[in-house]
Design a protein around this ligand. Structure first.
Ligand code: ATP
Length: 140
């Protein structure tokens, strides 16, 4: 029997990053790790800036999601985020440069607001590098 699927949509202000029927969505929320399978209880949560993993036909795909919310309801998962990229879309050099810039800013005696921004930029860059790494290593 074919496995039951659910719809996943990932949207940013710039574009629809992903839309497809999938088996499982695995994400890190502020309250802990979540694995959403079809017929999951309704939920709405804030995501950590990290990797969201998507499973379909036994294959995993990886997406970096920055500053996102996730809602699951009636076999539809919606992620709204400031930015999101599939691993294969991510420019690793750009992410590495962004990480170095953020680390440099954190080392400097910048104002508090700059430090908060640098921390957020560092998390975005680290999530992007992690998505590439997970996709490339065959890890789930
Ligand atoms: P940078 O300093 O390199 O611009 P950033 O974290 O400040 O990185 P964002 O503001 O999060 O970038 O994103 C701006 C746009 O650029 C978004 O559409 C995002 O998807 C895209 N983007 C950011 N970094 C990368 C990357 N390394 N590879 C591909 N797209 C990226």
């Amino acid at each position: 029997m074919a496995e039951k699927l659910q719809n996943l949509v990932v949207v940013t202000p710039a574009r629809v990053v992903f839309t497809d029927e999938v088996r499982m969505v695995s994400a890190r929320s502020v309250a802990g790790d979540l694995g959403i399978l079809p017929d999951h209880a309704p939920l709405i949560t804030t995501l950590k800036t990290d990797v969201v993993r998507i499973q379909k036909d036994g294959r995993w795909r990886h997406m970096a999601v920055s500053n996102g919310f996730m809602e699951a309801k009636n076999n539809r998962v919606v992620i709204l985020a400031d930015a999101a990229e599939m691993a294969e879309e991510i420019d690793s050099d750009r992410a590495r440069r962004a990480k170095e810039r953020a680390e440099e800013r954190l080392r400097s005696k910048a104002s508090e607001i700059d430090l908060v921004r640098a921390e957020a930029a560092l998390l975005r860059a680290m999530a992007r590098l992690k998505a590439i790494d997970m996709a490339g290593s065959g890890r789930h």
